[in-house]
Design a protein around this ligand. Structure first.
Ligand code: WTA
Length: 636
């Protein structure tokens, strides 16, 4: 039995038990046998969830780009590392071999160095899903710079906030991006953002769409001439195990986004090991994750996890609906994809369309299907299983978070029997706990509570950039000595976990985490808005959508309400991004509040969900009448 590759349920249980009984010995063996180290660790693990502090493989030295690229050159130099599939199906795909990837990443690394980037510097990457994005991420890793990828759908304000939070002095972007039939002026968004970021001295611009751009003299440089002139050899920076590898922002329920910091060694070991097993990856398989590298799923399971295993990973620039709703399946057929990893929101959107978009393609290459980002509802699960997997490819419903770095609860395909809507069992080394509201652990099965993790795993985020206190308060204060996920979950009779959703004010819309408070802050800046409250409500395709209750200032009551709605959504688009726009906006005379002035969101959520059968006792509210007034306006 190899601990590295789990092949059946019995092995899963055996390895799981080993990993929990003696985590240090277990992870030490995995680390030792499957990676390249420049120096061995002195200590496998030290941790304290109260401080909180977690260190894996302390004393070890390595470079993750060397593990993802260089070491494969001996055996896989001509193997395809990345298949780049462009937005437009008529544009040829690019097969980038490990040796080409090596050359491109080294050139990019030299370009970054020539612009003064050093170990520990933050590099903000605001790029579409084009090969330069992969090159830049890996080039940062190579020279020890900390990458902070910002999803290229975020607005200029959101981008500026992220650049300033981590004090990046360089931004890598492109002239534009393609999304289906649209092209977006990315460079213009960067220019706007940089008005608020005086410290940024360098902008590197990849050419993609040939959109017209304004280049600021001295600051902005086209990337291509620089990489063409660069040498394709750049020695790796030797990194300590706990040196930060990247920062990735995720929404919090309050305040500004949290820059989750991931470190080098533990992140590498865990993403590689999970990738191998959750996707049952075999040499020469073609693996495709449809996420964007702007999210954690893309970091861990388009780039680092697959490349650390010497895999072939597909990078898709476009969207599932262009040129038609068969695009995903056309790509599966074209590249003979073996493992396909996507989000429930995409599945729901495609399930709504005619089956002919699926049936015209040969999907027989598929062996494993994955789902991530939000709970997958039963209907979507069956559609995926019947029509894409043809009931033969198991579905791995993978639960995890930006903060966890890698997959935490998931079936092991072909080993763990699947059950619709259940993420099933903890991955190797993961020790979940369900807690009740008084802080007691719920033992045994058939219980429901708040999902916590009791013991560190190698890829847990180490801190929030610049704010360790917030890290402690957010994740380690609700339940003593445990990492609190912010999710609720239940455990069934056989011990399978089902994630029930967020228990805080984060709403997952189309698989994107959105904190409601920052959106409220954005709306409240509108000159006609006095106060607002945003909640999530169930939506057929997006999973959840956003519902805004807005109190207008007196003088605004004369204004056209549709115009106001449009202005509010435009404001949200500008401040956060189009993904955070509200599906419904109602203008209300007040918001239900407790006597201490707290908005009772529970009531607002029920009204938004058209579920008013059990509103609970509203008589203790400061303003009980407002509930009926709101119900009348919403019509429930
Ligand atoms: C939710 C994405 C149910 C959950 C990798 C979590 C899920 C949040 C699942 C993290 C799943 C993710 N079933 N819910 N399989 N996967 N979630 O940080 O609420 O973008 O806390 O990481 O997505 O989202 P994030």
């Amino acid at each position: 039995m190899s601990n590295y590759h789990i092949k059946n349920l019995e092995e899963y249980f055996q390895i799981y038990r080993k990993s929990v009984r003696n985590p240090e010995a277990f992870w030490e063996e995995i680390a030792e046998e499957h990676f390249q180290w420049r120096r061995r660790w002195d200590n496998v693990l030290s941790w304290d969830f109260e401080k909180p502090e977690v260190k894996w493989f302390e004393g070890a030295q390595l470079n993750i780009s060397e593990n993802c690229i260089d070491r494969h050159l001996y055996t896989r130099a001509n193997k395809t590392a990345i298949i780049f599939e462009p937005n437009n199906p008529d544009e040829p795909a690019q097969h980038i071999s490990y040796s080409q990837l090596h050359a491109e990443v080294n050139k990019m690394a030299n370009v970054l160095k020539s612009k003064g980037v050093k170990k520990g510097d933050r590099v903000c990457i605001y790029l579409p899903m084009i090969p330069e994005l992969a090159y830049t991420v890996l080039a940062c890793a190579r020279i020890g710079a900390i990458h902070s990828v910002v999803f290229a759908g975020f607005s200029s304000t959101a981008l500026a906030t992220r650049i300033n939070d981590c004090d990046a002095s360089i931004v890598v972007t492109s002239d534009g991006s393609y999304r289906g039939s649209k092209s977006i002026d990315l460079k213009k968004i960067v220019d706007q953002a940089l008005e608020e970021c005086p410290q940024v001295g360098t902008v590197l611009v990849a050419e993609r769409t040939k959109n017209e751009v304004v280049m600021t003299e001295g600051r902005d440089h086209w990337l291509a001439p620089l990489t063409e002139a660069a040498i394709d050899e750049c020695p790796v920076e030797i990194m300590d195990a706990e040196d930060p590898l990247f920062i990735l922002y995720t929404s919090g329920s309050t305040g500004k986004p949290k820059g989750m910091v991931h470190s080098s060694a533990g992140y590498m070991v865990y993403t590689a090991y999970t990738f191998k097993n959750v996707f049952q990856y075999r040499e020469n398989d073609v693996y495709w994750c449809t996420a964007d590298i702007g999210w954690i799923t893309g970091h861990s399971y388009i780039l680092y996890g697959p490349l650390a295993n010497g895999a072939t990973t597909v990078m898709f620039e476009g969207v599932p609906s262009y040129p038609d709703f068969g695009r995903f399946w056309q790509i599966v057929e074209k590249h003979k994809v073996n493992q396909f990893y996507t989000a429930p929101t995409a599945i729901r959107a495609l399930a709504k369309e005619d089956l002919k978009f699926v049936e015209q393609y040969d999907l027989s290459s598929l062996k494993v299907l994955g789902s991530v980002g939000e709970p997958i509802n039963e209907e979507a699960w069956h559609w995926y299983n019947n029509n894409i997997g043809k009931k033969e490819s198991p579905i791995a419903d993978t639960w995890w978070q930006t903060e966890t770095g890698g997959i935490m609860i998931t079936p092991i395909p072909y080993s763990t029997p699947t059950k619709p809507t259940f993420a099933t069992l903890p991955f190797i080394g993961v020790q979940p706990a369900l807690m009740d509201e008084s802080g007691q652990e719920l033992k045994g099965n058939q219980v429901e509570g708040r999902l916590c993790i009791k013991f560190p795993w190698p890829s847990i985020a180490r801190t929030i950039w610049g704010n360790h206190e917030r890290y402690r308060d957010t994740y380690f204060s609700a339940f003593k000595g445990m990492y609190f996920t912010g999710d609720g979950a239940s455990r069934d009779a056989v011990g399978y976990y089902r994630i029930t959703g967020r228990v805080d004010d984060v709403v997952i819309v189309s698989g994107h985490n959105l904190g409601t408070a920052p959106i409220e802050d954005a709306i409240n800046e509108h000159q006609s808005v006095a106060e607002s409250a945003i909640v999530g409500f169930p939506h057929d395709i997006k999973g959840n959508a956003l519902f805004g209750y807005v109190i207008l200032k007196d003088e605004a009551h004369e204004r056209n309400q549709d115009n106001l709605r449009a202005e509010i959504n435009r404001l949200i688009s500008d401040k956060i991004g189009p993904i955070a726009k509200l599906d419904k906006i109602v203008f209300v005379p007040g918001l239900p509040k407790t006597r201490s002035g707290k908005i009772m969101r529970r009531i607002l959520r029920k009204i938004a969900s058209n579920d008013v059968s059990n509103l609970g006792d509203v008589s203790t509210l400061l303003n009980p009448d407002v509930v009926d007034q709101i119900r009348k306006i919403v019509g429930v």
